[in-house]
Design a protein around this ligand. Structure first.
Ligand code: ARG
Length: 467
């Protein structure tokens, strides 16, 4: 291990003043974040350009130095974008990699860039900018997914399928109505995204290490240049908190949960036993041993990505929960969680949008399934209430006997002879058959938000105007 007399490693070029030797190899390895935070290069450079421009505007650095800095930073940006930049682990993170390269490119003027700022407000800025862009991308992707569902809902406003509770056939619904349920869920996810953008729309730069700075900086100017609504109001909070990242992860986890339920339904619906939908070859895989198989791998992976996203949320909450104010290095571990979750969420939304548009809906299978399992039993009970004046509880009992009779005969409710029904209750007439079909059942459920095709079309019109 390192020892004062034998250590020949050079001290850090950024803070070498106080350090006689460089870090131990393992220190370098645990400390370095460049392996992942290089993803922030564009945000880092944008932030530095805004900061340098403000410093010159305030007379803190000269216009000449500012011009050199901005030119150098733009050169670095194109170097990184074209893959001609050598990232160094010794330089720890993206901030110091960029600054060191700037020093090589423009000389001593580079040293003036870090006036009135710290890596603490710098990283808070870079990361906020990144998360903000990711939220904007998520918002757009959710809009695409909602649009896909609206199209399928329109196409299937009249297609009848079984509605389930406990995954047991409950009442007939339309496939359009089922699609619109997801539109509501993803619509709420999108509004959570919009709120999160509002929450984080404050510029951290200028909070410096934690206490602000004695230089006459203009934080409103940098906030504006970087597209933030306003600067953050408390410098300690600014460098301490990562709730904007946690908010992104919680939104991702909730959206992931919705995506995963949909994935689960697609997995179930595409089994030969259900046969409600079929995914094309574009969204399925085969088996290496069983030639007959077609597997919904994309849906299964969407389900699995949700597990990863949940893991990231719990990881970052746990990283943050014990930290005293202000900055602690623990916070460096925030990025990988967010990057991984963002990648998973993007993939999951894209795959789901693809599958929703791709899947072939077997309306005949759905309709047949909708009629089995005595799914119109509630309609029979409602008919008895409406037409024969029975209290609902009595109607429920009479209907139960009709179901038992159908079960013993191995037929559906609509196939029971009138004499059989009249033996259970004398007031039943042949008009009852009008409500025993699945079409009549769904058409009757016109209550606001209900499954009747007319109501589903109202829901679609509402969302088309909103989307
Ligand atoms: N790489 C660090 C991070 O991601 C940057 C901030 C470093 N600040 C510090 N005081 N060492 O959090």
């Amino acid at each position: 291990m390192a020892d004062d007399t034998t250590d020949t490693k050079s001290s850090n070029q950024m803070w070498g003043g106080r350090f006689a030797s460089g870090p131990d190899a393992i220190m370098e390895e645990i400390n370095a974040s460049i392996g992942f935070d290089k993803k922030l290069f564009a945000q880092d450079i944008r932030g530095s350009i805004a900061h340098a421009t403000m410093l010159a505007h305030q007379g803190i650095i000269s216009a000449e130095d500012k011009d050199k800095i901005v030119h150098g930073l733009n050169t670095i940006l194109s170097e990184i974008e074209s893959g001609n930049f050598e990232f160094s682990r010794q330089l720890e993170d993206i901030h110091m990699n960029v600054e060191a390269r700037l020093a090589t490119l423009i000389g001593p003027a580079a040293g003036r860039l870090h006036t009135a700022r710290s890596r603490n407000d710098q990283v808070a800025l870079d990361f906020r900018l990144w998360v903000k862009e990711e939220l904007q991308k998520t918002e757009q992707m959710l809009t695409g997914l909602i649009a896909a569902f609206l199209d399928r809902a329109e196409e299937h406003a009249e297609s009848v399928m079984p509605g389930f509770t406990h995954l047991q056939t409950a009442q007939p619904v339309t496939f359009g109505h089922h699609c619109m349920a997801y539109v509501e869920m993803f619509g709420r996810d999108r509004s959570r995204v919009r709120h999160a953008i509002e929450h984080l729309d404050e510029s951290p730069i200028g909070a410096a290490a934690l206490a602000g700075t004695g230089y006459p900086i203009d934080r409103h100017m940098t906030a504006k240049a970087l597209g933030f609504r306003e600067p953050t109001r408390n410098s300690i909070d600014t460098v301490s908190d990562r709730d904007f990242a946690i908010e992104f992860l919680s939104i991702a986890a909730i959206a992931g949960m919705h995506l995963s339920r949909l994935a689960e339904e697609i997995v179930i619906w595409s089994t030969p036993q259900f046969g409600f939908v079929r995914l094309s070859d574009a969204f399925s895989t085969g088996s290496s041993i069983m030639p007959q198989k077609k597997n919904p791998d994309a849906a299964e992976l969407v389900r699995a990505k949700t597990g990863r996203i949940n893991g990231s949320l719990v990881a970052l909450l746990t990283i943050m929960k014990g930290l005293p104010l202000a900055y602690s290095k623990d916070m460096q571990e925030d990025k990988e969680q967010v990057f991984d979750a963002a990648e998973s969420l993007e993939l999951a939304i894209a795959a789901m949008t693809g599958m929703v548009r791709d899947m072939t809906v077997n309306t005949a299978r759905m309709k047949a399934a909708a009629g089995s399992g005595y799914s119109t039993a509630t309609d029979l009970a409602d008919w008895l209430v409406r037409e024969a004046g029975l209290p609902f509880r009595d109607a429920h009992h009479v209907t139960g006997r009709a179901v038992a009779l159908a079960e013993s005969k191995g037929c559906d409710l609509a196939e029971l002879p009138l004499s059989g029904l009249q033996a259970i209750h004398p007031d039943i007439t042949d008009k009852v058959y009008d409500v025993l079909t699945v079409e009549a059942s769904v058409a009757s459920r016109k209550s606001f938000g209900g499954t009747a095709p007319s109501e589903v079309r109202n829901q679609i019109a509402f969302w088309r105007a909103r989307n």
